[in-house]
Design a binder for this molecule. Structure first.
Ligand SMILES: NC(=O)c1ccc[n+]([C@@H]2O[C@H](COP(=O)([O-])OP(=O)(O)OC[C@H]3O[C@@H](n4cnc5c(N)ncnc54)[C@H](O)[C@@H]3O)[C@@H](O)[C@H]2O)c1
Length: 247
């Protein structure tokens, strides 16, 4: 495992689900955390649970779809923690519907958070990483961004966009020693997948080679691998963590 002791990590959408598991995994390795989400109370609760790791924790309510919010979040992170080493663009939303029933608002809301938000956070963080000629960004995409999924045109387009963005940033900033990669989870055991009807879950499991959904820790292990020095010569890569659902 790469050494994360004293590294400063921004994780967006860290109040729950995969983002919270990421915060736990980085903190367990000694990294300082800068966490954002949309709800103050949920962030406060997350920070309280993470206090046991004894690392520095900065939290801020941020809507990553807004440029000024992303800029201020990165600037405050540098002020509070000293610098920024790693950015994990994890925050994401869904607003599913068949295309003919999907409103333009639901289309743009999802694109604004998942794709524009990832761009804006990367842009703000890269200004710091570019100057220090060192940094690592990991973006959360999804298996559906690679294979398509009915009822999720907005989400799939946003996640496919994240893959293109990841590869482009990798090419733009590789010369500055900044690596940019993506993790593409399949089904992950979270509140979202718990709510799926049993028959939908059973059908999904049939298609997964490993015959189980991912735990949030399965995803965290892949993110930490790409974020740290164990992946020192890997950039522009999309790491599938889907249990063999899509190869
Ligand atoms: N859960 C899955 O099965 C699965 C599968 C593939 C990919 N993913 C991706 O992994 C990431 C995390 O998924 P999850 O299931 O843990 O999500 P979740 O819904 O449990 O948590 C989302 C987090 O993002 C935050 N957030 C939402 N909108 C935001 C905004 N505008 N600004 C800042 N923060 C915002 C929320 O506050 C929350 O902390 C997402 O990008 C998702 O698309 C999840």
């Amino acid at each position: 495992m790469a050494d994360f002791k004293g590294k400063n990590v921004i994780i967006t959408g860290a109040s729950r689900g995969i983002g919270f598991a990421l915060a736990q995994a980085f903190a367990a390795e000694g990294a300082n955390l800068s966490l954002c989400a949309t709800r103050e109370e949920a962030l406060k609760e997350a920070a309280e649970k993470l206090a046991q790791y004894g690392v520095k924790i900065y939290t801020q309510v941020v809507n990553i779809a807004q440029a000024e919010a992303c800029e201020s979040f990165v600037q405050n992170t540098v002020k509070e923690l000293g610098t920024l080493d790693i950015l994990v663009n994890n925050a994401g939303i869904t607003k599913d519907n068949l295309t003919v029933r999907m409103s333009e608002k639901d289309w743009s809301d999802v694109l604004d958070v998942n794709l524009t938000g990832t761009f804006l956070m990367a842009k703000a963080a890269l200004k710091v990483m570019f100057k220090k000629r060192c940094g690592s960004i990991v973006n959360l995409t999804s298996v559906v961004g690679q294979m398509g999924n009915p009822g999720q045109a907005n989400y799939v387009a946003s996640k496919a966009g994240v893959i293109g963005l990841t590869k482009t940033l990798a090419k733009e900033f590789g010369g500055r020693n900044v690596r940019v990669n993506a993790v593409a989870p399949g089904f992950v055991q979270t509140a979202m997948t718990d709510a799926l009807p049993e028959d939908v879950k059973a059908k999904a499991l049939e298609a997964i080679a490993l015959k189980r959904f991912a735990t949030t820790q399965d995803i965290a292990k892949a993110v930490l691998f790409l974020a740290g020095d164990d992946a020192s010569y890997i950039t522009g890569h999309v790491l599938a963590v889907n249990g063999g659902l899509y190869m």
